[in-house]
Ligand binder design. Structure first.
Ligand code: ZN
Length: 175
């Protein structure tokens, strides 16, 4: 007797007793020919290779190479009238996202880290309105400054008030 013989008999009995239709006998997980493993395992392996989700493949931003930087620059538009250099690729959160070292990273932080250095712990990289910056998609490091979250919020409100006042003045002029 073996496990396989037992299983065959088990299913035959179920079928003979009318408890299982022959077409409902469970089938093994199909194998992916080129991997010689189940399709589920093969898909996971492919995903790891394509996206590098294994922990050891996730690199710190300090390891950005010149080649990574070349790839980064291909996704950035030339400066606009404000001097903003806008990210022209994936930006699902409103900030540009750059695939580096195993995961998506905010593009403005990648640029700052590569050209200036690491953003100090606990600080937020502000798009500085007072330096002409007008978009969260901007990756021009001359427009970026690490500040506390409180300072960042304060600046955001003052920028919004400023823009609201311009709108009021414009509407008065047009009226
Ligand atoms: Zn800018």
């Amino acid at each position: 007797m073996s496990l396989v013989t037992d299983l065959v008999e088990h299913y035959q009995h179920l079928i003979e007793r009318g408890e299982l239709r022959p077409e409902n006998v469970p089938t093994p997980t199909p194998m992916a020919a080129e991997w010689d493993v189940s399709v589920i395992t093969a898909k996971r392996a492919r995903s790891i290779i394509i996206h590098g989700v294994l922990d050891q493949k996730i690199k710190p931003l300090s390891e950005i190479t010149d080649e990574d930087w070349e790839r980064f620059l291909e996704k950035v538009l030339p400066p606009d009238d404000n001097g903003c250099t806008l990210w022209d690729a994936s930006a699902p959160t409103g900030y540009g996202q750059f695939w580096f070292g195993g995961r998506m990273r905010p593009a403005h932080i990648v640029a700052y880290t590569y050209l200036v250095g690491a953003v100090p712990d606990g600080l937020h990289l502000d798009h500085v309105f007072a330096r002409g910056c007008r978009s969260k998609l901007c990756v021009n490091v001359a427009h970026l400054e690490p500040v506390t979250i409180a300072e960042n919020n304060k600046r955001m409100w003052s920028a919004l008030r400023y823009m609201a006042s311009i709108r009021v003045v414009t509407e008065l002029d047009e009226g």
